[in-house]
Design a protein. Structure first.
Length: 48
């Protein structure tokens, strides 16, 4: 994963499925879900 975060940690912290996190970083996730996860990650201070 980018920035050294483990997939398992992202999945647990943001209540997402592993496939969702992978799809998010490959710009293949549904736009609504992408916005939701991106907002959660930015709120937590992840530099995405």
């Amino acid at each position: 994963m980018r920035h050294g975060y483990r997939l398992k940690d992202l999945v647990e912290q943001f209540d997402a499925k592993p496939a969702e996190v992978k799809a998010l970083f490959h710009n293949m996730l549904d736009p609504v879900r992408s916005a939701e996860l991106r907002d959660k990650m930015l709120s937590a201070g992840l530099p995405i």
